[in-house]
Design a protein around this ligand. Structure first.
Ligand code: C5J
Length: 228
């Protein structure tokens, strides 16, 4: 299979799109809309809205190109049996995981706030990984799914750059996957953490991955299709 080159930091990466998956991290109402988990922790959730457009662009292109698309959601069982007490105990008691909020119980599976935002709603045949932790590999079947699909490279986007995106990329890198973070399609409540988080990925010769943009991936996909 011909490889396509994606412009990236610290150096361009040649990928086989047939063995590449798009992983969209936690684009949930609980992180992007007022009244959810992100807001409960005191964050300005409007800072994340800018990534919706780039996420939609890469999602649309990935679907058209037939890439495996995986969505993730952070959240817990209604009885909180999968939520570490040390995690639940953070934040003010009326706004903790499991507390009632305007979008239902905060960060609880099945509640409206746990849903992926409508703009990026998964198609029926796209897997959704429900994860209890920050990383998408911890206590999930993501690794099994990627191996069964012959995946070797992950395009990663979503929120937040320095928490769930970073943790997932670190987990994937340790499992042998080549990860490309899409800078404009990742976001943080802390712009400086976003910037430094991306620099950390690509530093030291790509210590745990590469950083590119949706535009560069779309260009590589288009060139790949022209050559096919
Ligand atoms: C956080 C996430 N920030 N999806 N979760 O708690 O990054």
């Amino acid at each position: 299979m011909a490889r396509a080159e994606i412009a990236a930091q610290p150096f361009p990466l040649a990928v086989d799109f047939a063995r590449t998956a798009l992983v969209i991290i936690d684009m949930q109402r609980d992180f992007l809309e007022p009244g959810g988990f992100g807001a409960a922790l005191g964050n300005d959730v409007s800072l994340l809205m800018g990534v919706v457009g780039p996420c939609l662009r890469i999602l649309t292109a990935a679907r058209e190109a037939g890439l495996l698309v995986v969505h993730t959601r952070e959240g817990h069982r209604p009885d909180l049996s999968d939520a570490p007490p040390a995690k639940v105990a953070r934040g003010t008691p009326d706004k903790r995981i499991g507390a009632p909020g305007p979008m239902g119980r905060i960060l609880i599976r099945g509640e409206p706030g746990h849903d992926i935002i409508p703009e990026l709603a998964p198609l029926p045949d796209e897997p959704v990984i429900d994860k209890p932790g920050k990383g998408a590999f911890y206590q999930t079947d993501l690794e099994l799914m990627l191996r069964n699909n012959g995946i070797e490279t992950l395009l990663v986007c979503g929120v937040t750059t320095e928490v769930c995106v970073h943790t997932t990329i670190r987990e994937a890198n340790d499992r042998g996957y080549r990860c490309i973070a899409l800078a404009d399609a990742c976001g943080s409540y802390f712009p400086e953490f976003h910037e430094v988080g991306l620099r950390m990925i690509a530093a030291q010769g790509g210590i745990f991955g590469w950083v590119s943009t949706t535009g560069d991936v779309l260009a590589a996909l288009a060139a790949h299709e022209r050559a096919a």
